[in-house]
Design a protein around this ligand. Sequence first.
Ligand SMILES: [Mg+2]
Ligand SMILES: [Zn+2]
Length: 241
Amino acid sequence: MKILLVFDFDNTVLDDNSDTRIVQCAPEKKLPIELQDSYQKGFWTEFMGRVFRYLGDKGVREDDMKRVVTSMPFTPGMVELLNFVRKNRDRFDCIIISDSNSVFIDWVLKAANFHDVFDKVFTNPAAFDHNGHLTVENYHTHSCTRCPKNLCKKVVLVEFVDSQLQQGVNYTQVVYIGDGGNDFCPVTFLKKNDVAMARKGYTLQKTLSRMPQTHGPVESSVLVWSSGVEIISHLQFLIKV
Ligand SMILES: [Mg+2]
Ligand SMILES: [Zn+2]
């Protein structure tokens, strides 16, 4: 029997936001005001599509972007945590659900040699087109009113757990590790025995701290973390019980 670990990516695995960091590639490291102001709530993927087109038009190439993305730091304790998970692969399955994109996540995991730690990565599919522009598509369509149009992490999690169940894999527990506002929806899927690990001082933790402890939308226990090392201690506790 295994535990399922679900990781967010930006500000959870990495100690920054890759979509924001990529602006470092732009001339003068900033976007024109019109482009910056063109973001509409819920339409992040479309916005990033315009940002990537702009970068491509300004002559920013794949290698430039790769250099910026792979130089982003990991969150404190995260390298230790991923090594711990690798050493205990018989106890954990491990996935990423992220609103970043497949190209950035691939670069980071390959550069740091963590590809083998994750069973699956669910994110917006991206690729370089023949002009050398990075293009990104919505991960899926869904009908959740809480989430941005391109991705509801809860729908992804429910579908993954269901498909695993059909393969005969039934998780004893789900541990969800995240920081952001879009990590709240999947946390409401967690059951009493599961654990939501919210990064201290970030949106998810602040949102959860305002929720009623009983009869609220969150049934699971909530743990607040600042370093991946704290997550290791809790996982050690979980696999010893
Ligand atoms: Mg995040
Ligand atoms: Zn949702």
